[in-house]
Design a protein around this ligand. Structure first.
Ligand code: FUB
Ligand code: ZN
Length: 670
């Protein structure tokens, strides 16, 4: 894998996002983790580690009695919010992960931008984590503080292995960024503890995580340390999942209410062995994380049946259950997938973490086999659902990313209370904001992958990647000029002579007519959506790829009932939307004029919340408002009166940055 350390993002658009993470998100989240943001839901993450450290210190005192697990709920709130008990655990069962994700985001930031003060803060947090770790290596403050007698007794719901996964991801990143191995040691000690308790051997629990992530985290740990036991454990989790008798039944905990007896355990993707799964099911984030881990294991072991399952699950996810924005998970009930083509726009759940998980999955599929389809999906999720999760000023976040919002309904309709019309400062369940931060921080490893002397360029963003090869370093610099909205001009320059080296350039799904210049004498072939250029490259050699970037009108498959008779507008990888701010109230009354051709759409340079955006001006109509003829009234079968208007569309990621207002992605044709 190409480390984010080896890629420097120079692109104006993406560098702005990375700088926001560095200058706004990381400092803000640190305050949030320390419960110092007035008006924001408290995190208790640091509080819990302090309490666990204090418990460990006290555990050596004479007469110490370890806590015994009582009836502790999934989320613990202080009785007196003003005075939380310093010795108690608060927050969700997985609260520890917010700190781990923050450390991971810090690691990526330090890779790009050394900062002694930030590093010292993170080092301090890591020391706290190490001091909170139990002497046997176990580390989950929820159990440490509420009672170790329940350790690993509810793998299905209690997230201990999920916490381990995030700890490990952070540990690897921090080690790579700074060389500080303290967190890596903590993670390895916890991994060792897990392997003692869970596994195929007699006397161990034959279980696996209820919320996946440990699978891919263990692969990272294996790749960082070279220790086979981590790969074995990851593989065990994957192979064991869904086998009969089902571990989650054997554990004997009562089923949660969203679990239906006729589809047992699909919420956790444990309804059947993973190689027999071919439909994306259950909790969307869990599903994406599992499939990512499966793809990792398939890559490392060459296991064909696992590869086939990954392909089937990718198809199911993206050809039947994905929104045009790259969002996945249609319902807030269980934060889950529903059935194929059920993609409601105003009820969508489309959690930011789920779209991030889809990026993880797609990148791992690319590492398995280069097919532009995977990169198209990764790009779709990244440029739309993921980016919409964070405000343009980096100070507030969406958990849920709907495709249509009528603010009044989100306040008054109980079915839509999960939809927020404006981004929130923080959340009691704050999984999304630090997840966005760690993804944006590690963008470089999504833009490129490397295999067999081939550098794959998946995402076109200004950047410079350094490849470490036996013959020396090769630097490849990519510059993307988007000045002309009708085309992206990509210039790729290679520094250092590279013998028998292949550049593989993705042909984006939105730009099939691309034109390549340069690469004289290269062996040139096209395969699965990539142009392969193989040759002995000279130092300083440059090629140019012109990517026409037309406006496109998209329709949905007829089975997506919500979108019948409507179109969505895209420009390059960006999905566009209408906002009330630009188009007036009642977006239900506007339509795109029948027969409009994409070439009739005009571009306009504008700003939203101080950030440059390309606005699309689209010929449209607005129906007259009828409010004085009764709830229902007799009318001609000819449509209502409508007058011409020019609709202004902005990129979806930029919506809700100018206050609360209506928004819609899919618009009627009339
Ligand atoms: O359960 C941990 C995280 O919290 C999930 O990934 C999110 O969906 C949220 O439920
Ligand atoms: Zn989330």
């Amino acid at each position: 894998m190409i480390s984010p350390k080896d890629v420097r993002i120079t692109d104006e658009f993406w560098q702005t996002e990375q700088e926001l993470v560095r200058t706004e998100v990381i400092p803000y989240q640190w305050e949030a983790l320390n419960d110092r943001v007035p008006g924001a839901a408290p995190s208790f993450a640091i509080h819990n580690f302090r309490a666990a450290r204090s418990l460990r210190e006290r555990s050596h005192a004479p007469g110490f009695r370890a806590p015994v697990f009582g009836n502790v709920p999934f989320e613990v709130l202080p009785e007196d919010p003003e005075h939380p008990d310093p010795e108690r655990f608060y927050g969700f069962v997985f609260q520890d992960t917010d700190l781990y994700k923050w450390i991971e985001a810090v690691a990526y930031s330090l890779m790009r931008h050394p900062d002694a003060e930030l590093q010292a803060t993170a080092d301090g947090a890591i020391r706290l984590i190490a001091e909170a770790q139990a002497e046997d290596g176990y580390l989950d403050t929820y159990y440490i503080l509420n009672g170790r007698d329940r350790t690993f007794t509810n793998l299905r719901d209690h997230h201990e292995l999920y916490c381990f996964g995030h700890l490990t991801e952070a540990a690897v990143a921090y080690h790579q960024a700074t060389g500080n191995g303290m967190l890596l040691e903590v993670a390895e000690r916890f991994a060792g503890y897990i392997a003692e308790k869970i596994g195929p051997e007699e006397g161990k629990k034959h279980g696996y995580p209820g919320h996946e992530i440990a699978e891919m985290a263990l692969v990272r740990l294996y790749e960082e340390t070279g220790k086979d036991e981590y790969l074995r454990l990851s593989r065990y989790f994957i192979d064991e999942r869904g086998k009969e008798p089902n571990w989650f039944a054997l554990e004997g905990n009562p089923p949660p209410e969203y679990e239906k007896p006729e589809i047992p355990y699909s919420y956790y993707q444990a309804h059947r062995p993973v190689r027999e799964q071919d439909e994306a099911k259950g909790h969307a984030v869990r599903a994406m994380y599992l499939y990512s881990g499966m793809a990792d294991i398939a890559r490392l072991t060459g296991d064909e049946s696992l590869k086939e399952a990954c392909r089937a699950l990718f198809r199911s996810t993206t050809r039947e259950k994905m929104y045009i924005t790259g969002g996945v998970g249609s319902t807030h009930i269980g934060e889950a997938f529903t059935f194929p083509f059920d993609l409601p726009n105003d009820l969508a759940y489309t959690e930011s973490c789920a779209a991030i998980g889809l990026c993880f999955f797609a990148r791992r599929m690319l590492e398995l086999e280069a097919r532009a389809e995977y990169a198209d999906v990764m790009e779709r999720a990244l440029y739309n659902n993921v980016l919409s999760g964070i405000a343009l000023d980096g100070k507030s976040f969406f958990y849920v990313n709907p495709l249509e919002v009528w603010p009044e309904a989100t306040h008054r309709d109980a079915r839509k209370l999960h939809v927020k019309p404006v981004r929130q400062k923080w959340f009691g369940c704050a999984c999304c904001p630090p997840n966005i931060a760690r993804l944006l921080g590690s963008l470089g490893s999504y833009a490129y992958t490397e295999r067999d002397n081939t550098l794959y360029v998946h995402l076109y963003m200004g950047s410079e990647v350094t490849l470490h090869r036996e013959s020396g370093e090769v630097r490849v610099r990519v510059a993307v000029d988007r000045e002309d909205p009708e085309r992206w001009t990509v210039r790729i320059r290679i520094y250092a002579a590279a013998k028998d080296f292949t550049l593989a350039l993705r042909i984006p799904g939105w730009s099939r007519e691309c034109v390549l210049r340069g690469a004289e004498g290269a062996e040139n072939r096209e395969e699965n959506g990539y142009i392969y250029l193989r040759k002995d490259w000279k130092d300083g050699e440059e090629i140019t790829l012109e990517l026409p970037c037309p406006v496109r009108f998209l329709r949905a498959d007829s089975r997506v009932r919500e979108d019948s008779g409507k179109i969505a507008v895209m420009h390059g990888p960006f999905v566009y939307c209408l906002e009330e701010w630009d188009n007036g109230k009642n977006l239900n009354l506007v339509s795109i004029r029948r027969g409009t051709r994409p070439e009739e759409v005009a571009f306009e340079k504008a700003e939203v919340a101080g950030r440059p955006v390309t606005v699309l001006r689209v010929p449209g109509q607005r129906e007259e408002e009828v409010t004085d003829r009764g709830l229902y009234y007799e009318a001609e079968c000819a449509g209502t009166e409508a007058g011409p208007v020019t609709l202004a569309m902005i990129p979806y990621y930029a919506w809700a940055n100018r206050g609360e207002n209506e928004m819609q992605v899919w618009t009627r044709i009339f």
